[in-house]
Design a protein around this ligand. Structure first.
Ligand code: NAP
Length: 326
């Protein structure tokens, strides 16, 4: 798909967050495009899928230490940051991972004379103006990383709505829950999203690397259609061919559910998640034309991976996500 050209040959791209859902898709696409990839991970042994790939090195390190970033960015031509958490299992994680880490990335890039950074933010991330701490901290991190421009670093940030694709945390999570529950109470049923396909997102990242017109830009990334959360759940039920009932909760009950679930292990749904869903995750902007990508509709893709999915793998992934610490 990507011609291997001199522009990519022998270039090493450092990826932070390469072990996550988007990261695993991205690493494969970067290799396909001819890059070498250096993934900085905290649990190298958990990355079996990455360890077997050619031209990928996975380095076990604490990314929250500047000296480690400094050391492991050496020789890289660009850095891609995908690190984030949806919920804080440790107090201060949003600040550390979403705001402090981008600052350290810039410092380590300056020290290594790296001039290119691509940063994954989120739709509706605005410092000081977003409804939830997740979105506010993502907005602060986005602004922080763009200060790299003052130090000669070309930053591009991407602001996707919810992302779908094999291994995602949306449809796979719904499918896992639907296996255990016949009547599913749904908080925030009218929250709206424009799901965007993970391959479209990683194509944007890879195409951005060498595209000067993207330097300094921030792009909203949305799929071709918007859906309510209830529509997305009902689509999952239909795709699975099972008989399940969705019980949409009103605002008061959604808040109560968020408070209760937020106290449970794994924090599958928290009050901060509830707050994030108080604004629609949709954009007025079209998918950025500069990338020459027609965003894929979920109807064409989700049934393929939900149906083909090995049931055990699905549960393992679900557990892994729910159990992640930060
Ligand atoms: N998925 C979506 O629907 C969506 C929507 C909008 C924006 N985004 C953004 O896209 C990016 C990637 O999302 P994703 O879905 O791929 O997330 P993900 O699957 O949860 O992956 C997050 C990555 O961050 C790493 N990480 C988290 N806490 C860490 C810590 N304390 N130290 C080191 N690494 C840590 C994880 O490492 P481990 O593997 O070790 O846990 C993992 O590699 C994020 O910036 C997210 O905000 C995602």
């Amino acid at each position: 798909m990507y011609p291997k050209v001199a522009a990519t040959h022998n270039k090493i791209i450092a990826v932070l967050g390469g072990t996550g859902f988007v990261g695993q898709h991205l690493v494969r696409t970067l290799i396909e495009a001819g890059y070498q990839v250096r993934v900085l991970a905290r649990h190298r042994e958990r990355c079996r899928e990455l360890l077997v790939l050619p031209r990928v090195s996975v380095i076990d390190t604490n990314i929250m230490t500047l000296s480690n970033l400094h050391k492991h960015f050496a020789g890289c031509s660009a850095v891609i940051n995908l690190v984030a958490v949806l919920n804080e299992s440790k107090k201060g994680a949003f600040q550390r991972l979403h705001v402090d880490l981008p600052r350290m990335i810039i410092d380590a890039c300056v020290a290594n004379k790296i001039e290119r950074v691509i940063h994954m933010s989120a739709l509706n991330a605005y410092a000081g103006k977003a409804p939830s701490r997740y979105l506010t901290s993502k907005g602060e991190g986005e602004d922080t990383i763009h200060t790299g421009a003052d130090e000669g670093i070309n930053v591009t940030s991407l602001r996707p709505s919810v992302i779908f694709g094999p291994g995602d945390n949306l449809f796979n999570r719904f499918a896992s829950l639907l296996k255990c529950i016949t009547h599913l109470p749904l908080a925030c049923p009218n929250a709206r999203f424009a799901p965007v396909y993970v391959n479209d997102v990683v194509d944007v990242i890879v195409k951005s690397l060498n595209k000067k017109a993207t330097f300094g830009q921030r792009y909203d990334l949305c799929g071709p259609r918007a859906y309510t959360l209830q529509q997305l759940l009902e689509f999952t039920i239909k795709t699975q061919g099972i008989n399940r009932k969705v019980i949409p909760l009103g605002n008061g009950m959604s808040k109560v559910m968020a408070r209760i679930m937020g106290m449970m292990p794994g924090k599958l749904f928290t009050y901060d998640n509830y707050l994030s869903m108080q604004i629609d995750s949709v954009s007025r902007e079209q998918f950025p034309a500069i990338f020459n990508i027609t965003p894929q509709p979920l109807e064409a893709i989700v049934p393929r991976y939900l149906m083909n999915q090995n049931q055990r793998g699905q549960f393992d992934r679900f557990r892994l996500y729910a159990g992640r610490d930060n």
